[in-house]
Design a protein around this ligand. Structure first.
Ligand SMILES: Cc1cc2nc3c(=O)[nH]c(=O)nc-3n(C[C@H](O)[C@H](O)[C@H](O)COP(=O)(O)OP(=O)(O)OC[C@H]3O[C@@H](n4cnc5c(N)ncnc54)[C@H](O)[C@@H]3O)c2cc1C
Length: 292
């Protein structure tokens, strides 16, 4: 029996991943699936576990670079309506792991619930945001998260409460295969005031990053007390190019992919930036971008 036997409606082989990522680069997934509900997801995770095939969940691919040769194993997207629901109950907002973060933020603002509005403009899904504790300027998604429901590598489903969740700068201890759902406890506020605040954040965010280009988010994490973008600029690397990959002129911690760019170009440019910043400024940059 093949790995996807019985899952033909939701799974296929050799799906190109470039179109599922912000960089729009890289090769195919060996196996790819978009389950319709949690039962199908769990059955698929169990099958992969039995067959010893690694599984990864892809959000919107805004923090991932897929290698040119593609990704081995099973890649799952939680794109079906069952995974993208958003519910509001009093001061709690519960969102599916596949729900767009922007949609969660605007729902909360519309309901007069404050906390998440600073995250407006961060692309991706709730699941992706939780794994990397997405945030801006000292505010992050983890600080509002009170509960998650996850699927383990063996296909077990369980809840994790806030005392079992650790969030730090661009990291969390959510290391299960899939985040199905998360609940955020927010604070009541005036919806009009909140909407104004959100709009201000949105304008500032748009002004700070390259628009209309193929890119992911920040390539490197900010070292304590300083900004990776400023260090890269200080090292004189703005505009540096390898093949079709260029260090952005707008924000040096972004790499933009021009037509003809390959993942290998981006990987080589990342190595170059890291080694030059180290040689010129003595600081070791840590990658924020995930490589698949
Ligand atoms: C223009 C731009 C601006 C950005 N600005 C910011 C910013 O201001 N702040 C910031 O923190 N980030 C920023 N990012 C980075 C990125 O948007 C965030 O990291 C985002 O949270 C990633 O979400 P995603 O759904 O795209 O995840 P992906 O990139 O698809 O995946 C990231 C990780 O999460 C895992 N994952 C995704 N969904 C699930 C799930 N349901 N269950 C389990 N694991 C899952 C993946 O396996 C992978 O390990 C920016 C990116 C871009 C392109």
């Amino acid at each position: 029996m093949g790995l996807i036997t019985g899952f033909e409606k939701i799974a296929r082989c050799g799906e190109p991943l470039a179109m599922h990522t912000w960089f729009q680069l890289g090769g195919p997934a060996e196996y790819f699936a978009e389950p319709e509900n949690a039962e199908q997801l769990i059955a698929l995770v169990r099958r992969c576990h039995e067959e010893d095939v690694p599984v990864r969940v892809l959000g919107r691919g805004s923090n991932i670079l897929v290698r040119d040769e593609g990704a081995a194993g099973m890649v799952i997207r939680l794109s079906a309506p069952d995974f993208t629901k958003i519910k509001v109950d009093g001061q709690e907002v519960t969102a599916g792991g596949g729900a767009a973060l922007g949609h969660v933020v605007t729902t909360a603002v519309h309901e007069g619930l404050a906390g998440l509005e600073g995250l407006i403009g961060i692309p991706g899904t709730t699941g992706g945001a939780l794994v990397g504790n997405a945030g801006v300027h000292g505010s992050d998604i983890g600080q509002w998260t009170v509960r998650t429901t996850v699927v383990s590598q063996t296909g077990e489903v369980y809840g994790r409460e806030s005392d079992e969740l650790d969030f730090a700068y661009r990291q969390s201890n959510l290391d299960e295969i899939a985040i199905l759902e998360a609940t955020f406890q927010l604070e009541e506020d005036d919806p009009n005031e909140l909407a104004r605040r959100m709009q201000k954040y949105w304008i500032a965010k748009k002004a700070s990053q390259p628009m209309g280009h193929q890119c992911a988010g920040c390539i490197f994490k900010n070292p304590r007390g300083t900004s990776a973008g400023e260090l890269i600029e200080e090292a004189g690397l703005k505009g540096t190019r390898i093949g079709g990959a260029v260090v952005s002129d707008r924000h040096a911690n972004f790499i933009v992919a021009e037509p003809e760019c390959t993942s290998q170009d981006v990987l080589r440019l990342i190595d170059l930036v890291r080694s030059q910043v180290h040689d010129r400024l003595g600081i070791e940059l840590q990658r924020e971008l995930e490589i698949w």
